[in-house]
Design a binder for this molecule. Structure first.
Ligand code: C5P
Length: 291
């Protein structure tokens, strides 16, 4: 086998609470993260040497600035294998959205390389490699519903998100993650994030409770003029709750009916840069069955 395709889902944050700073100035977080049915397709081909990357999206870096290239370099370093690969990314997840599209690509790359080079790494080992490439990469390898803490390196189990439908809106302008965190420090303002109440609602399989306790400490710091209007419009369109994901700029709404979600998606089409209907999924980067 010299070529493999991995399906790598995007994520949303049902919650994000900034709980401290580590000694590098990175923010310590407490988050409920959920993979959703919006997928990157990452195809990795074995090569003798070098790591190269191509994509249908012209706006992503193809050198070591790309987190998937960085992750591949780290894979070879970790395993001691002398090899290379070409990574092709079919992008569906918007960039600067807070949906970890780049980290999904990196997660996909690691999962593919493990199979191609028959290294049989455990998920924990893959996460160790991923963590060095970017904060969200370990969760994108594991996926499902998880309580993620530290700087993304501590992944704890969490009851599954109740059945629901999501409408995810990406506004015209994205948000840079470092800028959002820097702004958070300057603002010095906290949002109430009641993670334990959110987890209790998940435990009770209560989607209305989940919608009520979704919260994101970075909403103000992301400083996107689109956040509040989109949140309000999602509610007007029938969402039972709405919140920004990650460091933004995408905003999603939770719906209790597929019809309402589809109608809301139609409403937003043309009003925002892109809009998707999605569902929670219970997996992370996974080898595609047909390739
Ligand atoms: O790891 P990632 O590439 O997502 O982080 C980008 C930047 O966002 C970091 O260099 C840091 O400035 C900021 N960040 C942070 N705390 C986190 C994650 C990211 O301050 N937990």
């Amino acid at each position: 086998m010299d070529k493999i395709t991995v399906i790598a889902p995007a994520k949303i944050n049902l919650s994000l609470d900034v709980v401290g700073l580590d000694d590098r100035g990175y923010h310590l977080l407490d988050m409920i993260m959920q993979t959703v049915s919006l997928f990157e397709r990452v195809t990795v081909t074995k090569k003798e040497a070098d790591i190269t990357l191509s994509s249908n999206a012209r706006y992503i870096p193809t050198d070591s600035k790309n987190v998937a290239v960085k992750a591949a370099m780290l894979f070879f370093e970790y395993t001691g294998i002398q090899g290379g690969c070409h990574i092709h990314i079919k992008k569906s997840v918007p960039i600067k959205a807070g949906m970890a599209g780049g980290s999904a690509d990196a997660a996909g790359g690691i999962v593919a390389l493990d199979k191609l080079y028959e290294t049989n790494l455990t998920k924990a080992q893959m996460c160790e490699i991923g963590a060095k490439a970017g904060s969200d990469v370990p969760f994108m390898i594991v996926g499902g519903t998880k309580r993620v803490q530290g700087v993304g390196d501590i992944i704890n189990p969490c009851p599954a998100m109740p059945r629901c439908h999501l409408v995810i809106c990406m506004p015209d302008k994205g948000v840079s993650t470092p800028a959002a965190f820097a702004n958070y420090d300057t603002l010095g303002e906290k949002t109430l994030v009641e993670t334990d109440k959110l987890v209790a609602a998940m435990e009770a399989d209560d989607i209305y409770g989940v919608a009520q306790y979704m919260a994101n400490d970075l909403e103000k710091a992301a400083a996107s003029e689109y956040t509040q209007p989109i949140k309000e419009e999602l509610i007007q369109q029938g969402a039972i709750g709405s919140v920004m994901t990650g460091s933004g700029a995408a905003v999603f709404g939770v719906f209790d009916s597929e019809e309402k979600a589809k109608a809301a998606c139609e409403y937003f089409r043309g009003k925002v840069r892109s809009v998707f209907v999605a569902k929670p999924v219970n997996f992370g980067a996974t080898i595609a069955r047909n390739k």
